[in-house]
Design a protein around this ligand. Structure first.
Ligand SMILES: Cc1cc2nc3c(=O)[nH]c(=O)nc-3n(C[C@H](O)[C@H](O)[C@H](O)COP(=O)(O)OP(=O)(O)OC[C@H]3O[C@@H](n4cnc5c(N)ncnc54)[C@H](O)[C@@H]3O)c2cc1C
Length: 347
């Protein structure tokens, strides 16, 4: 077993879509980098609907492998990923290209920028280790530990977080074959997504303040929409999504914040592609430094690279906050009065 390194040019914290995308780009350019993840096995367990545009593979710069896909959604022009399998295999590709990959290794401390880099503390095999990194890419997801350790405002109070409850069903029959069902239900989404042969991923995201009722609301919606019939619950899980405008600024001395860590997702719940785009942009910014010190000014190119994404997310937030995006009250749902437009099935 290789020892944990004491220094690196780039430390990527988190091996979800943002961190893997960053590490893939760094590994392709031959940059000395280390990727750490708190989970014992990268990709496991998965808390996601796994639905994404195939453009995701172009962002990663890889051809999709058959085993990375659970389902095709031709009408929506989307695919359902097998994220656990894919993310584990991506970590193997990254490691094979020379990047140090360490699972079961959470970041637990982050020092200030000293002009050249930052000292980070991790737990590796239960022991504290220090690693000096020229630059840190925060890719550790919702309510990022890295961002909080750097003193950034990564708080997600109950009114600023989406609380999701998800059930994986087997033997359920969807109302429409070869399709998916995602409904805007205030203030978040109800979805039914194929999860493989005879399996469905059925979930609801509600405001954190409504978390206690999410499971009840999910069963009401499932019955009211008739999006599927039958099925046995194989697994139930809960997960959080940020429901706050993107973090600003996303760039600091020796630090860039990507993916969910930087709240780069919309309230509708799609974040895989934004995470991968921002992870790659962060890596490209470092590659473009050509050895210059990674000060906030030098890293500003990251924000420019993701400017179209930031503008789109901000525009979506503007629409929602001015009431122009569909946002019917949850109370209507409780009374079983779903407006007809929320009963449409398919894309
Ligand atoms: C229920 C649910 C359904 C969703 N469905 C979809 C969907 O269908 N399509 C879509 O596009 N998006 C979906 N999303 C959103 C999507 O999952 C996220 O936007 C995406 O995973 C963000 O990627 P990320 O790499 O930024 O963060 P994550 O995928 O959250 O990865 C963060 C990684 O950081 C690691 N980590 C955390 N803390 C530390 C630490 N201290 N040290 C080291 N590592 C750490 C974690 O173990 C994790 O591996 C869904 C989200 C939820 C909750």
């Amino acid at each position: 077993m290789k020892p944990f390194p004491s220094q690196t040019s780039v430390l990527v914290v988190g091996a979800g879509p943002a961190g893997l995308s960053a590490a893939l780009a760094l590994s392709r350019a031959g940059v000395d980098a280390v990727l750490i993840d708190a989970r014992e096995r990268i990709g496991h367990p998965m808390r996601c609907g796994e639905m994404v545009f195939p453009y995701y593979f172009s962002v990663l710069g890889l051809e999709p492998r058959r085993q990375w896909l659970r389902w095709n959604l031709p009408k929506a022009r989307m695919v359902v990923l097998n994220r656990p399998r894919m993310e584990f295999e991506l970590s193997e590709i990254i490691a094979s290209r020379g990047v140090g990959v360490y699972s079961g290794t959470p970041l637990v401390g982050l020092g200030p920028f000293d002009g050249k880099g930052r000292c980070a503390k991790v737990l590796w095999k239960g022991k504290k280790r220090e690693i000096y990194a020229g630059c840190v890419i925060a890719a550790d997801g919702t309510a990022s530990v890295t961002a909080r350790l750097a003193g950034l405002d990564a708080r997600l109070p109950p009114g600023r977080v989406a609380s999701c409850v998800v059930q994986i069903l087997s033997g359920a029959k969807p109302a429409m074959e070869d399709s998916y069902f995602v409904q805007p239900v205030a203030p978040f989404y109800f979805w039914v997504i194929p999860n493989g042969f005879g399996r469905l991923n059925v979930g609801l995201g509600v405001m954190g303040t409504e978390a206690g009722r999410a499971r009840f609301l999910l069963s009401r919606l499932a019955a009211a929409t008739k999006a599927f019939s039958g099925g046995k619950v194989k697994e139930t899980f809960c997960a959080l999504m940020p429901a706050r405008r993107p973090m600003a600024p996303l760039v600091h001395d020796g630090l860039m914040v990507t993916g969910n860590a930087g709240r780069l997702m919309d309230k509708g719940g799609s974040g895989i592609l934004s995470a991968a785009l921002s992870g790659r942009a962060a890596a490209e910014t470092i590659i473009g430094l050509n050895g210059a010190d990674p000060t906030a000014t030098a890293l500003e190119g990251y924000v420019q690279r993701i400017d179209p994404l930031l503008k789109r997310l901000e525009a979506l937030w503007d629409l929602m906050e001015t009431g122009q995006a569909p946002s019917p009250p949850i109370l209507g749902m409780e009374r079983g009065q779903l407006p007809p437009q929320y009963l449409e099935i398919g894309p």
